[in-house]
Design a protein around this ligand. Structure first.
Ligand code: MN
Length: 293
């Protein structure tokens, strides 16, 4: 029997050429359903109108799930462009230490440009003048219901699902060029998202997911979301005290230890390097680093 769509557990994908991706659902056997006939992209309007529940009923129909997408088509970002990406800094003790700082008493927040979003296997393009391009694997949280002043116990009810996100960072832009971190976080291709969004029902416990990242096959990061200082529920509640999180928005929950800047001497990416990564239940990514264009 196909899945258990009554509970809304699904993997949402978007595939096709950049900018004209087709929304789809990846079935348990790996095949991809073309969901154009459902009549929505996986965006804020979709998430904010009980889209996950409506889609899970729609896809129960054998007729609706009969139309397939090619299995070799490029995967785009698993969600359409959100209104904002809110990132959390230093949310794992080991990462705070390797960055030379202590664990924060309150969550550290910063923005990342939404134009940085890319597909999970797109090339990572070095920005012009880059010398310190670094990796940060993170659990990404996609908002399902507008969240303003929500309590910690109510926070997860405002989550649509989870994605693998890599918060690529140019450390010289971030730390040596003055001002805020946003300059080192927002370059094109610095926010690959996917391969799919796993709906909240697919991830019963977001605080028990293994995550790992390798560069050229050598493991750099390996941890578990249980090691977060502030949990997903605490972060969503906390951020919602300062701004409204809109449906489709992405909250990136921080990276564990093992980023390039934390090595002695530091290790940064160069053209030709290959970055592979995975989060339990959320699939895997692969980027090839290419020179500035
Ligand atoms: Mn980060």
């Amino acid at each position: 029997m196909f899945g258990s769509a009554n509970t809304g557990d699904m993997k949402l994908i978007r595939c096709g050429a950049p900018g004209s991706e087709i929304p789809g659902v990846e079935l348990a056997d790996g095949s991809r359903v073309d969901c154009r006939a459902f009549g929505a992209d996986w965006d804020g309007a979709f998430f904010g109108s009980d889209g996950v529940e409506r889609l899970s009923r729609w896809i129960e129909s054998p007729e609706n799930r009969a139309r397939r997408l090619p299995s070799d088509a490029r995967l785009g970002p698993a969600v359409a462009r959100p209104t904002k990406i809110v990132c959390v800094g230093r949310n794992y003790v080991e990462h705070a230490r390797e960055m030379g700082s202590s664990p924060p008493e309150e969550p550290v927040l910063f923005f990342k440009s939404t134009s940085a979003i890319a597909g999970p296997a797109d090339e990572l393009v070095m920005p012009r003048g880059a010398t310190k391009v670094d990796w940060e694997i993170e659990l990404g949280v996609v908002i399902g219901r507008a969240a303003s002043y929500v309590s910690v116990p109510d926070a997860l009810a405002h989550v649509a699902g989870y994605v693998l996100h890599i918060d690529y960072s140019e450390r010289a832009f971030q730390k040596d060029r003055g001002g805020q971190w946003v300059k080192g976080k927002s370059c094109d291709t610095f926010a690959p998202i996917g391969p799919f969004l796993a709906t909240r029902a697919e991830v019963p416990d977001p605080q028990n997911l293994n995550l790992r990242l390798e560069v050229n096959g050598v493991q750099k990061q390996a941890s578990n979301t249980a090691q977060m200082i502030f949990s997903v529920a605490e972060l969503v509640s906390y951020i919602s005290q300062f701004m409204t999180l809109l449906p489709g928005d992405l909250v990136s929950t921080g990276t564990p230890g093992g980023v390039g800047m934390g090595f002695d001497p530091p290790q940064y990416l160069a053209p030709g390097d290959v970055v592979t990564s995975a989060i339990e239940r959320l699939g895997s990514q692969r980027q090839v680093v290419v020179a500035a264009r």
